[in-house]
Design a protein around this ligand. Structure first.
Ligand code: ZN
Length: 224
């Protein structure tokens, strides 16, 4: 009992010291947590050093609560790292019954980078779960589908349309589908006709929140 309390105190003191020095330039918690983690988990995280920080901010927060959480946090970090690593490479969305569910997070990422729509689906549904915690005004996510040739123009016009339009230009024929904008912990969905999608055509899904579409973007294709 005494031993673990002392360990807890020591761990917290260590963490606070590390955080304290990082907290001055940064007022948000996640970055300081992320910078604290690598020092503690350098060895187990060596496989994917860059991605572990992204996925493990929650685990890092738990870490501060007590040393008991450390082994679990390590496991979580590895799992997150492989998931994030997959997303960074080739991570197709799981599609069944002409629908898919994808995630957006507080790190400005989707968990997939492509969606394959079966050619025999006359309608298709995209469900979006925002698994982060930040409010919609700070880290809003939606899913907009356009032809790849139209995506940059729609994204730009979405900025002009502004927050009240969920950063999607109203009545724009180039928009094949668009969900509403959601914040952390929220979900949304859109079901759209696939009649305007051609097999072999190049389509893009992206988040139209300002600054997100460069990273939060992937391929939509029609497959047989
Ligand atoms: Zn977004």
């Amino acid at each position: 009992m005494k031993y673990s309390t002392a360990l807890l105190a020591a761990s917290c003191a260590l963490a606070l010291a590390a955080c304290g020095s990082q907290d001055r330039p940064e007022d948000a918690d996640p970055p300081s947590d992320a910078t604290t983690v690598p020092a503690e988990t350098t060895a187990p995280a060596r496989d994917a050093p860059a991605v572990v920080d992204d996925g493990s901010s929650m685990a890092a927060t738990d870490d501060h609560l007590g040393p008991d959480a450390a082994p679990a946090a390590g496991d979580g970090a590895s799992a997150d790292a492989s998931a994030a690593g997959a997303a960074a490479g080739d991570a197709p969305a799981t599609v069944s019954n002409c629908s898919t569910t994808i995630e957006g997070n507080d790190r400005m990422q989707y968990n997939v980078d492509s969606i394959a729509i079966p050619a025999d689906c006359s309608e298709f549904t995209i469900n979006l779960n925002h698994v982060g915690q930040l409010p919609v005004a700070a880290m809003g996510h939606n899913v907009v589908v356009t032809a790849t040739a139209d995506y940059a123009g729609v994204a730009a016009d979405g900025l002009t349309a502004g927050a009240e339009s969920d950063y999607v230009p109203a009545g724009d024929d180039r928009v094949i589908a668009a969900t509403e904008m959601v914040g952390g912990g929220e979900s949304t969905s859109v079901t759209f006709s696939t009649s305007s999608l051609d097999a072999g055509g190049e389509y893009t899904f992206f988040c139209s929140f300002p600054g997100h579409s460069g990273i939060m973007r992937g391929k939509v294709e029609v497959t047989n």
